[in-house]
Design a binder for this molecule. Structure first.
Ligand SMILES: Nc1ncnc2c1ncn2[C@@H]1O[C@H](COP(=O)(O)OP(=O)(O)OP(=O)(O)O)[C@@H](O)[C@H]1O
Ligand SMILES: [Mg+2]
Length: 264
């Protein structure tokens, strides 16, 4: 048992990333020997300057680079001990274990109901319409959107909601396939402060049930919601540790300077 696992109530990591390297087709070496663990029921924030590999690292976890032109990946990513790139892993089934929330809310141009029901339907997660109705309601409740939309599930499109509502709809959609890990890439980057507070509250609630990796440019947000923080710099994961430790006393000089600059 290492010290990190002890901090996480003796839980084994859900994901283990070791010596991860990624090159894009144009030769960009976007990830360099990246190592980290993700524990059950934690929020891990990725911070660092623009272009340093945060989104790339997030996308490796759910194999979003599959099919990307000439993307080359070396190293190991384990999920509950299994190599996610092993030949026996079915990529769509792997991806179903993850929810994805993007910076810009991106609901489908379809009804609120359809936005949430689509994933469970294509994965065959419900047996009949009653079960689907219960699942749609549960996801919308967990995303704190139910009360605002319950009378318009079929007659308002997701794209007609306000920005903050759209982002909560996207969170409901991400939860609908019952993921183990939620990946959020700057999820409050394009919504207002009130909607941001709502999403942050949701993150703190959702982490009781799943692991969350959150990319953020807001140091305040990382402090409010993250259990641990990883600092990326030019493709390297320079430092990872408990949030209060990274903010109070990062060892890496560039991490310290970045945090000081962003806070000041
Ligand atoms: N599809 C791609 N093809 C080629 N290069 C890419 C691709 N996606 C990202 N890159 C490059 O890989 C590096 C890391 O990009 P990435 O998007 O992971 O950074 P980031 O830390 O998320 O930045 P930001 O904070 O601006 O979102 C950058 O140099 C970027 O230009
Ligand atoms: Mg990014």
């Amino acid at each position: 048992m290492n010290a990190a696992a002890a901090r996480h109530n003796n839980a084994a990591p859900i994901m283990e990333v070791r010596d991860l390297n990624l090159w894009y087709g144009d030769g960009t070496h976007a990830l360099k020997d990246v190592c980290f663990d993700l524990y059950p029921r934690e929020v891990l924030a990725f911070i660092g300057p623009s272009g340093c590999g945060k989104s790339t690292a997030l996308k490796v976890l759910n194999r979003m680079h599959d099919g990307g032109r000439d993307v080359r990946i070396e190293g190991t990513v384990l999920m509950q001990g299994h190599d996610i790139h092993a030949p026996d892993v079915d990529p769509p089934l792997h991806r179903r274990r993850f929810g994805w929330v993007a910076q810009k809310p991106n609901p489908f141009p379809a009804s609120i109901w359809e936005n949430v029901a689509y994933g469970p339907r294509i994965h065959g997660l419900t047996r009949d319409r009653d079960e689907m109705a219960a699942l749609v309601e549960d996801c919308l409740r967990r995303a704190h959107l139910w009360d605002e939309v319950k009378d318009h599930l079929h007659d308002i499109d997701g794209t007609d909601l306000s920005g903050g509502q759209q982002q909560r709809l996207c969170i409901a959609r991400a939860l609908s396939t019952q993921p183990d890990v939620l990946l959020m890439d700057e999820p409050t980057g394009s919504i207002d402060p009130i909607a941001t507070a709502a999403v942050e509250d949701l993150v703190l609630e959702m982490k009781h049930h799943l692991s969350i990796v959150l990319v953020t440019h807001s140091m305040m947000q990382a402090r409010r919601v993250a259990d641990r923080v990883a600092y990326f710099h030019l493709g390297e994961l320079r430092e990872i540790g408990p949030t209060e430790m990274i903010f109070a006393a990062a060892q890496d000089p560039e991490a310290r300077a970045f945090i000081a600059g962003q806070l000041g």
